[in-house]
Design a protein around this ligand. Sequence first.
Ligand code: ATP
Ligand code: MG
Length: 330
Amino acid sequence: MNHRMLSGITPSGSLTLGNYLGALKRFADAGHDTDGTFFVADLHALTIAHEPARLRRLTRETALLFLASGIDPDRSTAFVQSHVPEHVALAYLLECTAYVGELGRMVQFKEKGGRPRTRASLFTYPCLMAADILLYETDAVPVGGDQDQHVELARDLAVRFNRTYGETFVVPALSRPAIAARVADLADPTSKMDKSALEGASGVVRMLDSPDVVRRKVMRAVTDSDSEVSYDPHTKPGVSNLLEILASCGGVGSPAVLASRYDSYGALKQDVADAVIGALAPVQARYAALEAEPGHVDEVLAAGARRARERAAPVLDRARAAIGLSEPAS
Ligand code: ATP
Ligand code: MG
């Protein structure tokens, strides 16, 4: 049976080395038996204050980076979320299934919901996320720990809807990826590298950073107070992060084995910089080629949206009928 993989990336900042190693590269490396659905989650970028022009630019950049990373549009479905109106339509039906109490318990809302000018969508977006999942009848959703609550909610809503209105949705299971690559911020190695960090953040390597910028960021990475190169994520998070990056960017051997080859941080950082630059170079070259062919990218994204709609529309139709909505006469 084909293995289904679904993932969305919110265009909340320029994509990072973490997004590449933890997500895009995995999508691209997934085997031929994987049926991948990958989307730029532009609607999810609207839950907090945003700039329209920046959103449009980042949506395009993110879509191009999907393709530049090697996601094959003939084998996978790659599209922009808002090009597939079924997402919003199903999200509303799920808002009519969810309870205020359970949405109020979502971590994002608990953390940011008390501020003035909180958008209503920061409260309801978990229903949109449930729609993102349920529309593609994904049996297993591989997510890192920070997403558990969202998948749990999607499961709860699917079960409740099925019980109330009859079997409509496939109930997704939570699956843990075997190795959850987590790239840390080079300037603060106990935190994750996040694309929504400030644009110039010195510890965040962006996929489109020039080789000079990558080298500068890596050479300035925070290491640890002693000078021994060894792999221990708990006591030496900075050096361990560099070793993990090296291992993920083509270094031969595990992070611990790689550690034994270095006796100074400087030499390790030089090699990490070279490895990251080398890993990003082909992606950046493909990005430049795609940028020069905007019409081709438009076609690929339009075809992806059409394919996504073919999958999503019957699921939405089932849900509409089950909940009691009528169809216009044709
Ligand atoms: P944001 O700051 O907007 O949350 P993010 O960089 O955390 O941005 P997400 O949109 O939350 O990115 O996640 C997109 C994908 O990238 C997910 O599959 C997530 O697991 C992966 N990812 C994000 N950051 C890292 C990281 N530092 N290391 C490994 N994988 C990551
Ligand atoms: Mg995140």
